[in-house]
Design a protein around this ligand. Sequence first.
Ligand code: E4P
Length: 214
Amino acid sequence: MKFFLDTADIDEIRRASAWGILDGVTTNPSLVAKTGRRFDDVKAEILDLVKGPVSLEVTATDYDGMMTQARALAAEGEQVVVKIPLTQAGIQATATCTKEGIKTNVTLCFSANQALVAAKAGATYISPFVGRLDDIGNPGMEVVADILEVYKNFNFETQVLAASLRHPAHVLDAARLGAHVATMPIKVIEQLFKHPMTDIGLARFMADWQKVPE
Ligand code: E4P
């Protein structure tokens, strides 16, 4: 399973990169806004730091506007994946990007039928938003399972990128289902390392080590 960091914060990307387990980064307009910085500056720094897939989202909502932005973003680097919302214009843009060899991450996916449409357009990744579905009382992970089942039936190559993951149990569930990628905030990645028994065990080893004669 690939791990992507869901952020536009450069310090977080630096910190998580140092662990050696990070495969890529996903951003969205809200995450960029949270930095308080210009998109162009944030984008340049992320692309400088991260050589794995970096999802950068279009902000146009019409087909022509999306394509103008998609082509410009894709020209910024080999690792750029253009993030496109799952609307009719977005799917049309995704299909054109596929024809032009531009990698895509179709975002704001909340159902398996939407994911089916994205796969037919040749999306590189589909991003079901698990946490946001949970928020409205629909089990988000069931949608991930449905998408994986449908894609397997037809050997679609689109990778399932479990998104809007809010806690470690989401990551485990996505991994057990076989989602290709999990994108998560740094807090969730940090929680994956943690177990109280590890801390207790390490403290005991260190205390015992003090008793070993030199
Ligand atoms: C995915 O690529 C999105 O950026 C993200 O996972 C959305 O998460 P949220 O629902 O916590 O905002």
